[in-house]
Design a protein around this ligand. Sequence first.
Ligand code: IFG
Length: 500
Amino acid sequence: MTGPTAQAATPLQELVPQPVQVQPRADITFSLTATAKIQLGTGTARKPAELLASILRPSTGYALPITDEVTGDGIVLLDNADPKTGEEGYQLDVTPKQVIIRANSAAGHFNGIATLRQLLPPKAEAKTRQPGPWTVSGASILDHPRYQHRGAMLDVARHFFTPDQVKRYLDQIAAYKINYFHLHLSDDQGWRLEIKSWPDLTRIGGSTEVGGRKGQLHYTQEQYEDLVAYAANRGITVIPEFDMPGHTNAALASYAELNCDGRKRPLYTGTDVGFSSLCISKDITYKFVDDVVREVSAITPGQYFHIGGDEAHSTSDADFVKFMNRVLPIVKKYGKTTTGWHEFIKTTKDTTLVPQFWGTETSDANVAAAAQRGNEILMSPANRIYLDMKYNKNTKLGQDWAGLIEVKDSYNWNPGAYLDGVGEASVRGVEAPLWTETIRTSADIEYMAFPRLAVAAELGWAAAATHNWDRFAPRLGAQAPRWKVQGINYYASSQVPWKK
Ligand code: IFG
């Protein structure tokens, strides 16, 4: 091939993330018709089928009934996929009358559906009825992810985002096979989730944000449960984060007794970090943590609980160790596995815990030692994949303390060979954090997240051997028509050949 831009690429050549095996079938074309049905060969495919229907019914105008019998035209979701597809993979086969997605789990069906969406015309993503035809070119795909954890983080503490704004972002990341959504729910500027045993955390701590806006800037537990279900219906597991012992001014402003001096802190609406700490010596601190972890674990089906642990500059090293030694058992007591910013990992030998690396260096002795012991590392290097970093010096939104990250910079690293002493087998996956000191609206989220979130999704899913900017860039550029249909306010980097 003389290069993807030399001839009109087909949808099969424009998939993000890149599947493992793609076999075109030029002699076959499938057309979705008004009488098509979504057919379930297995009960685990019902939620994925409902997601697919919710996307295709508005744009095609077709009824697309979901049936339990596998007969006739349409989209068929079966199990008994090739074992090579593993936990989250799938097979997708296009025949003249059917598109067949085989998977051995709901996750696999969600991922197969994400690929099918990209094989259909971009207007399939529209919320209003579009003219057909709805064709899918012949193909046989077998696919599975490089890493089990492809994540996105949204900081709803610096600036609060409504449930609908969070759902919009969940819709957008699900299209790229992202399977974890990390919600940063507390910080110096805000406590965003109701804790029934400590009501002032939201009444006071959830009443403002960076810049001083006032309001009920928090989720009830019912709203949180609704977000968790919304994510699960897209194959995404929520990881709640309550940052501690630092980044806790909102809690310290809500309850005097959480402060060592017994005095409430003022609410904080600036953007400094590192000035707050829970009171390590007080027993009430651990009652507080126990209540938070108990209440939130009870409404969090996912396995992971994120305890933060970053930038505890107002906590002595000895106190930090003391704190973690009392808090890690609390998370375990409530049946959850601790994940946290990588600083906490020096305080424990527990190899089931997941440090999230966010440094700007390519070596960290404590993280390498943990990997050596058997911990899996979640990779979020700030100077590669922090979505709040400016693209270039002209980017109005975002920060630049970790450097400027143009699209190519966010792509040009190998998670499996990035950190000294952390090889492929020690990497759990890739997560793209979006901190919101400077981010206020969905349009702001989208400007910083697209296209670099799609880059993170590629790094988390595609085989290492496919890593090649010149081949990836046209595939990334081919996402633009889809983003336009969805009204996604993406950054049209000059580094990417954007498809019209
Ligand atoms: N570092 C802080 C965040 C946020 C970020 C902004 C981490 C783990 C800088 N901690 O990143 O709270 O302020 O880029």
